[in-house]
Design a protein around this ligand. Structure first.
Ligand SMILES: O=C(O)C(=O)C[C@H](O)[C@H](O)COP(=O)(O)O
Length: 213
């Protein structure tokens, strides 16, 4: 497996970040690293995404900074030029997936049914996002969908929280979980980076408990 994806699996939780102002990128990355999750999926939902990725990648070179909500190959280029080490998308866009595979850029596209998973397999992917996880059927659905695709691992995202994340992480089909609960927009906006760091620490403890470490 690709080294970046391997590291994401070891970290266990990918904070999904929506930043409206790139000035928040540095203190947020600091809080994530200090709390023990040196990783972020910065979503291309806002204009500040590209600059935020650039700042995080420059100031925290050891951090796994990736781009989320990547819907076009042009966004892939912008994200990677800014320093993104991985790409995530809510769905499986064959054009975007092929583009990333050709360029050796780790991509984790969203899959919500067996046909999506088969497209991912055809492109040689070993990890896919499962989105929106809770709303689309949760862990029971992942276990059912994973059964025929023996080597495939899933990164559920959407509706994951400190309560249900344990059960996901304890399942051997789960590579890591994505979630925004520790980096909520209102906390970022209010500059509550200490609170974010504490929520991140709690998340790290949950990963350890779930994996029996
Ligand atoms: O924007 C994207 O590309 C997405 O994939 C959506 C996010 O992953 C989820 O919105 C996070 O879900 P929550 O943890 O429930 O907030």
């Amino acid at each position: 497996m690709n080294e970046v994806l391997k590291q994401i699996g070891e970290i266990g939780i990918v904070p999904v970040v929506v930043l409206n102002d790139a000035k928040d990128a540095e203190p947020l990355a600091q809080a994530l690293c200090d709390g023990g999750l040196p990783c972020a999926e910065v979503t291309f939902r806002t204009d500040a995404a590209e600059e935020s990725i650039r700042i995080m990648a420059e100031k925290f070179p050891n951090m796994l900074v990736g781009a989320g909500t990547v819907l076009t190959t042009e966004q892939v280029d912008r994200a990677v030029a800014a320093g993104a080490k991985f790409i995530v998308s809510p769905g499986l866009n064959p054009k975007v997936v092929k583009y990333c595979v050709e360029k050796n850029i780790p991509i984790t596209p969203g899959c919500a049914n067996p046909s999506d998973v088969e497209q991912a397999l055809e492109n040689g992917l070993e990890v896919v996002k499962f989105f929106p996880a809770e709303q689309a059927g949760g862990l029971a659905y992942i276990k059912a969908i994973a059964a025929p695709y023996v080597g495939m691992k899933f990164m559920p995202t959407g509706g994951i929280n400190p309560k249900n994340v344990k059960e996901y992480l304890a399942c051997d089909k789960i590579h890591a979980c994505g979630g925004s609960w520790m980096v909520k927009g209102d906390l970022v906006k209010a500059g509550e980076f200490d609170k974010i760091r504490e929520l991140v620490k709690e998340a790290v403890e949950i990963v350890k408990e779930s994996r029996g470490k």
